[in-house]
Design a protein around this ligand. Structure first.
Ligand code: FEO
Length: 396
C-alpha cells in the first residue's frame, strides 16, 4: 500500500509492457498510470488507469478501502490511459458519482457510451468529502480541451492530471522524498516535449492559476508524486512551457550509407573545437526523434541533415520536421545540410520547413553534398559548425 498522506493513497499501476505511448513515443523506462484515493467520510477516487491494467487497479483500490464503496470518481482528463477503466469501474461500483466538466461528459459519451453527468463542475466549484475540501480548476488544453485539476485545500495537494507528469515507471516508491529522482528529469522533458509540447500557452495559463496557492504535493497522472522537489518541477514546467532553452546544440541526421553521417561528424567536431560543450549528435535511423524533440526543448541550437530520397527527403527526417513544425517551438537557431546522388531535394525541403513553419533564426550557410565528402564540402561543414558554435556562445 502506497500512502501519500494519512488519508491519500496511490492506487495507480506501472506499465513495463507497452513499447510506444500513444503508439508513437518509446517507453524504455516504462510509464505509470496514476490514480489516487482520498479516504474521508466520503471516498473519492482521482482518475482511473488504462483498461488492460484494471485487475491490478481493482486490487490496489481494495487493498486500501476493502469493501467500502467509492462515492466519487473525479476525471481530470479523458485520454484513455486515464479514462479507460471507467466502464469497468462503474460495473464494480455502480453507485459511484462521476465528477467532471461539461466537456468531460461529452467525451465520456463518445468514448464509452456513458453519459452520467453526475456532478458537473465549473472553474472554482467545490466539493466536501468531510475533512477534505476540494476545489476544481479548469486548465483547458493541457493537452486536451477538457483537462482540469483538483485542489485539496485541506492537505494542500493538487491532483493535476498530465500536468507535471513524466515518463518512467516507479520502482517501489512513489513519493519523491523516498526515491532517487535523477532518473526522471530527462524523461520529464521527453514526456513534456512529446506529449504537451505544443501547448505552451495553456500550460502557462495553468501555472498562473496555481500561482499563490499553497501546494505541498503534486499528484500527477504519470511518474512520482512531487513533494520535496515540487518547486523544481514547477520551475521546469514553467521553463519548458516558455520554450526557454540553454546554449547547446542538437545535430540530427539521416543517413543510408554513411555519407551524410560524415557531414554531421565534421559539423559536430567543428562546433566542439570552437568551444561549444553541450552537443548531442543523433542518427535518426537509430535514435527515435522523440529524443531529438526532448533535446530541442533543452538547447537553443539545432542542425538538421538528410539525404535526398525518392525525389524528396529521407523519411525519418520528414517525421522529425513535421514533429518540430507541430510544436510551435521558439528561441532556436538553425542550420542545415544534406546530400544527394544525382538530384538534390533534401536541403531545399529543410530550408522550406524553416521558412514556412519553424521561423528559427538561420545560422551559417546550408551545405549540400553530391555523393560523397570532398575537401570543399568538408570546409563548408566546418564553417557551419563554427558559425553555430559562435552564435550559441554569444548567448553565454
Ligand atoms: Fe496521460 Fe494525456 O494522457
Amino acid at each position: 500500500m502506497k500512502k501519500i498522506t494519512d488519508s491519500i493513497y496511490y492506487v495507480g499501476v506501472n506499465d513495463f509492457s507497452k513499447h510506444k505511448f500513444e503508439g508513437l513515443w518509446p517507453l524504455p523506462k516504462g510509464v505509470t498510470y496514476n490514480s489516487y484515493l482520498v479516504v474521508d467520510d466520503q471516498v473519492c477516487l482521482c482518475d482511473t488507469v488504462e483498461v488492460e491494467f484494471f485487475p491490478q487497479f481493482l486490487d490496489n483500490i481494495r487493498e486500501v478501502i476493502g469493501d467500502r464503496p467509492i462515492d466519487y470518481l473525479i476525471i481530470h482528463h479523458m485520454e484513455p490511459d486515464h479514462s479507460g477503466s471507467i466502464p469497468l469501474l462503474k460495473q464494480y461500483y455502480p453507485n459511484v458519482k462521476i465528477v467532471g466538466n461539461k466537456k468531460t461528459f461529452g467525451m465520456m459519451g463518445g468514448f464509452y457510451g456513458i453519459t452520467p453527468g453526475d456532478v458537473e463542475v465549473k472553474d472554482g466549484d467545490t466539493l466536501s468529502l468531510g475533512r477534505h475540501e476540494l476545489q476544481f480548476v479548469m486548465i483547458p488544453m493541457v493537452h486536451w480541451p477538457e483537462t482540469m485539476l483538483t485542489l485539496d485545500t485541506t492537505t494542500h495537494t493538487a491532483f493535476t492530471g498530465d500536468a507535471f507528469g513524466c515518463f518512467g515507471a516507479l520502482h517501489g516508491g512513489v513519493l519523491d522524498d523516498d526515491i532517487d529522482v535523477k532518473h526522471y528529469w530527462l524523461e520529464m522533458i521527453r514526456y513534456y516535449s512529446n506529449i504537451v509540447g505544443r501547448y505552451g500557452t495553456p500550460v502557462q495559463n495553468a501555472l498562473k492559476k496555481l500561482a499563490g496557492v499553497q501546494l505541498d504535493y503534486l499528484c500527477t497522472t504519470h511518474g512520482p508524486v512531487w513533494h520535496k522537489y515540487l518547486g523544481e518541477v514547477v520551475s521546469r514546467y514553467d521553463k519548458m512551457s516558455r520554450y526557454e532553452t540553454e546554449p547547446g546544440l542538437v545535430i540530427a541526421y539521416g543517413t543510408m550509407y554513411g555519407n551524410t553521417a560524415k557531414m554531421a561528424e565534421v559539423i559536430a567536431e567543428a562546433a566542439s573545437q570552437a568551444g561549444l560543450q553541450n552537443i548531442c549528435l543523433y542518427n535518426l535511423s537509430k535514435t527515435h526523434y522523440s529524443n531529438v524533440l526532448r533535446d530541442m526543448f533543452r538547447y537553443k541550437g539545432v542542425i538538421l541533415g538528410a539525404p535526398t530520397y525518392n525525389n524528396s527527403i529521407f523519411p525519418p527526417m520528414e517525421h522529425l520536421l513535421s514533429a518540430i513544425a507541430n510544436r510551435d517551438m521558439k528561441d532556436h537557431v538553425i542550420g542545415w545540410f544534406g546530400s544527394y546522388s544525382w538530384a538534390g531535394k533534401a536541403v531545399g525541403i529543410i530550408g522550406k520547413y524553416n521558412e514556412e513553419h519553424f521561423h528559427f533564426e538561420p545560422v551559417g550557410e546550408p551545405v549540400e553534398m553530391k555523393q560523397a565528402m570532398n575537401e570543399e564540402v568538408r570546409q563548408k561543414c566546418v564553417a557551419l559548425g563554427q558559425a553555430m558554435a559562435k552564435r550559441l556562445l554569444e548567448e553565454k
